[in-house]
Design a protein around this ligand. Sequence first.
Ligand code: SF4
Length: 368
Amino acid sequence: MMSGDGLVVRIRPPMGRLSRPQAGAVAALSRRFGNGILDLSARASLQLRGVRPEDHAALIAALQDHGLVERDAGVEARRNLLLTPFWAAGDRSQRIAADLSARLAAAPDLDLPGKFGFAVDAGDSPVLQQVAADIRIEGAGEALTLRADGADLARQVTEQTAAAAAIALARWFLAEGGAPEGRGRMHRLIARRGPPPAHDAPGATSAYTAAPGPLAGGRLVALEFGQLPAATLAALANAAPLRLTPWRMLLLEGVSDIAALPGLILETPDPRLQVSACTGAPGCLQAQAQTRALARDLAPMLPAGLHLHVSGCAKGCAHPGAADLTLTATGPDTFDLIRGGRADARPARRSLSATTLRRTPDVLTKDT
Ligand code: SF4
């Protein structure tokens, strides 16, 4: 994908994991072929930025050599699978993800939209319900359910039937006209069509929220704006294998403590966790203004508990849902303010300058 600073190249490692050598290789490739900056996306993929078009083929070949990109482009496109970062070697989540990956690889006729994805979230309780996914395999203690995104009810499955049932549900989505002209998402089909046949069991529910800090199996570290400097990735590669998460955080396997590194947020509370901001100008071709410097400056001034999203345009990539406060750029130094809505919602205030926002951050929450 072309962006304002060159090509963006997405890596979706198998099982969402980078071994230490793989992480070190990605850091080196980012410096060699890109601009030394990586982004961690809300789908838990790692994106190298600033890649020169003439280097694209060599970069992909190097990533294939490290087992990070499939040699078959169709298999790579279909393997849109998000796995709970808290899987353990040989556990239910990992076994189902391996089964589903193999079935997706063996289904070249399964022509799903590019953004259509699966979530394998089969621990004791789901952790990925706030993350976009079209088909979800979710655990609730011993039980396991398959759920179409947007449906309240689910279908009970077993570890042995889950992956095949997920593929069948994807085929049902296509057969029911969920992707006219190759585009569409499950929740839109469910809103029109209702739940799939035999989906009549209660689904698992959970309000899991991730936070940086130690936990069983390692330590979560957050990335400021989801951005990872290659030098920081290289340092992390020396410390531990990494698991990518959809929360703009990395899980460092087996590590309880880590030294401070540029771009890392190690503990809560940290005001930077209250803001999200997309790439903005000049890195994104659609951006109307810079975003991250403003978000960084406003973060310490936000009332506790409020989340601010600064978006370079109305697309709202960094926070697709509603936020407490959203500043949507409309020009090089003008932002519309939306309260309790998405980046494209009706503004409460229009054309606020970055200077006004920095000098009088009260305008975010007060009308006068
Ligand atoms: S929200 Fe707009 S400016 Fe920001 S990354 Fe997305 S397309 Fe670019």
